[in-house]
Design a protein around this ligand. Sequence first.
Ligand code: PLP
Length: 386
Amino acid sequence: MKEKLYTPGPVEASPLILQAEARPLIHHRTPEFRAEMKKAGEGLQRIFQTDDSVLILCCSGSGAMEGATVNMFSPGDPVMVIRGGKFADRWMNIAKAYGAEVTAVEVEWGQVADPDAVRKALKANPGTKVLFGTHSETSTGARHDVKALAAVAREFDVPFVVDGITSVGAMELRTKDWGLDMVVGGSQKGFMMAPGLGFVSVSARARAIAAASKTPRFYFDFNKALKSWDAGGDTPFTPAISLVRSLVVAIELIEEEGIENVWARHAANGAATRAAMKALGLSIYPSVSSEALTTVLAPEGITSDAIIKTLLKRHGMRLANGQDSLKGRIFRIGHLGLYSAGDILAVVGALEDTLASLGHGLTSGAGLSAAQQVFAKSAHRESAAV
Ligand SMILES: Cc1ncc(COP(=O)(O)O)c(C=O)c1O
């Protein structure tokens, strides 16, 4: 049986996109490929909501994070990281690996960053060169208010670099309007593709910082990447040709639906999933939920491992477990990408059956009814293009 992925990355890939990946190769130093690269880059600008360049890198999201990090400071520089989950910690670990002096703004896992706490930290650390944050913290399912955090960074004239890996193409994100200097994305998330591409938007200020950065780097030197890009859609190294060509299709699918409709669909899917879980007597883990995934605490006496294993066995649907100390305590339902209201109802119904089989007391149909009520009130009820 083909497993259906309800994981927050990789997500279910669109068959149209997979087909595009499977086309015969063309050479990358050709007008034909450069035209596709340009189409992809310009499409990304619309999805990231910016007119600044968006680099297309041959790596997973973490590679793009490393690229964003090494270009934004020089060794010994003080930088600040807003913590609160495994992926925020990745910013810290990369920055430390390249010799930054890291100050952390501590956020309890499952909670979201308080802009006032960040303001206080920036005030106490006047030399801070760059602030790193996370929009959708996939390890906890929390959504941080990066718009408000960006406004705080602006008060101190500190560049703000955001991990948007599970938010770009899923949740409202306005790179230019919100003043985000770099936003990182990844192909296996809202783009409904296989893993392998990382994206980074680069503001004019970030470009200038990259030009001055003395951090040792080679593959992820954004000066090289920007120079090639400015020359007309080129890359310094061999690009992931097949993935870039399928990215063009992914962007077409997103734009066929309309980026704001995509955001609205994700918001409705998130709200319906949360309502369903609460109606089944379960608790939502984060204080503010990302619209890309719903993170749920396993009920007393049942581990999330058992829920995930049983759902997969009985229904062929794969959820994600918690990471680190949350393993066994939470399960994460990914709904970023293609998922329709019908897909949400399917996983809610299957979870009702799974939880009941594991002895969790519930009213059969309560989750489905709660989700349906949310969808009935939602203005956006169309399915995604596949
Ligand atoms: C928010 C966030 N940041 C970073 C990453 C790391 O990306 P990758 O696994 O593509 O390297 C992920 C992947 O799950 C993520 O969800």
